[in-house]
Design a protein around this ligand. Structure first.
Ligand SMILES: Nc1nc(=O)c2c([nH]1)NC[C@@H]1CN(c3ccc(C(=O)N[C@@H](CCC(=O)O)C(=O)O)cc3)CN21
Ligand SMILES: O=c1ccn([C@H]2C[C@H](O)[C@@H](COP(=O)(O)O)O2)c(=O)[nH]1
Length: 274
């Protein structure tokens, strides 16, 4: 490919397709995997929504706002015609103590809970250069109470200074322990890039780098044809994310997030392994 458009995701996809180690996996599908990989996107150069296939953006945004809301009810997504969590719905209608629950009400030993998102935003404002801006969805004490142990398990924010040493830039790094490269990761990248933009807007900073770090990075055996098709496509310029103003990180609605200039190749269907 002769292009100046950065394609870290597509490069990793090609690498795992060619060099992945073939293994059986929990779902019974089988995967090719590489353990340990990192992708970097400069959010100043555009919003990292893949152009080599159309990403289901409305689903991505609905999901991240659902996490921010502390909501674990699958029906909330279904009411917006977003069906990506249907397979993991429990008899009580929720995904259990998954992402949203840990982000907004991580249990404390004394019976109370921690709102990690409020703590994050307040922490960035109060002590921008701190090295402690972390949120964890990985709660060993509640894993058995989740429909699926968190894949995007831990994230950290970093603030960079301007020439005067004042807080100016916001970076985010995600650790994803398990990464379905074809179906999940395009979602996860867009989701955390959007989260970074929202946190930046709420803290008066400008979003800069998004770093994605993956543990078990795999391509399911039944996605190989789709991956080959995707990799044959020429990447196009990334779109831009425009946010409406919101009074707090918890007040964004679907209609407040606008993707401008998205001109992707067509979507590619694939089965999700449960
Ligand atoms: N194997 C697996 N991969 C995942 O990515 C995944 C899970 N399981 N379990 C929990 C969530 C659910 N997520 C999902 C589930 C389905 C799609 C999916 O089918 N996406 C389609 C579009 C779906 C639509 O248009 O309704 C896609 O083309 O991206 C994506 C993410 C991400 N997570
Ligand atoms: O946001 C998500 C959620 C899930 N995944 C993928 C990664 C794996 O393919 C499965 C989870 O299976 P485990 O056996 O629990 O690892 O879901 C994703 O990529 N992104």
């Amino acid at each position: 490919m002769t292009t100046t458009i950065p394609t870290p995701y597509e490069d990793l996809l090609g690498h795992v397709l060619e060099n992945g180690e073939h293994v059986a996996d929990r779902t019974g599908t089988g995967t090719s995997k590489v353990f340990g990989a990192q992708l970097r996107y400069d959010l100043r150069e555009g919003f990292p929504l893949l152009t080599t296939k159309k990403v289901y953006t409305r689903g991505v945004f609905a999901e991240v706002l659902w996490f921010l809301d502390g909501d674990t009810k699958v029906k909330t997504l279904q009411d917006q015609n977003v069906n990506i969590w249907n397979e993991w719905e429990r008899p009580d209608g929720t995904i259990g103590r998954g992402y949203s629950a840990q982000w907004r009400s991580f249990p404390k030993p004394d019976g109370g809970s921690v709102d990690q998102i409020t703590q994050l935003v307040d922490g960035i404002k109060a002590s921008p250069f701190s090295r402690r801006h972390l949120v964890t969805a990985w709660n060993p004490g509640e894993i058995e109470d989740m429909a699926l142990p968190p894949c995007h398990a831990l994230f950290q924010f970093n603030v960079g200074p301007d020439e005067d040493g004042d807080p100016a830039w916001l970076d985010c790094q995600l650790y994803q322990r398990s990464a379905d490269l074809f179906l999940g990761v395009p979602f996860n990248i867009a989701s955390y890039a959007a989260l970074t933009e929202m946190v930046a807007a709420q803290t008066g900073l400008a979003a800069r780098h998004f770093v994605w770090t993956g543990g078990d990075c795999h391509i399911y055996d039944n996605h190989r044809e789709q991956v080959t098709e995707q990799l044959s496509r020429e990447p196009r310029p990334y779109p831009t994310l425009v946010l409406e103003d919101a009074p707090s990180i918890f007040d964004y609605e679907l209609t407040d997030l606008h993707v401008v200039g998205y001109d992707p190749h067509p979507a590619i269907k694939a089965a999700v392994s449960v």
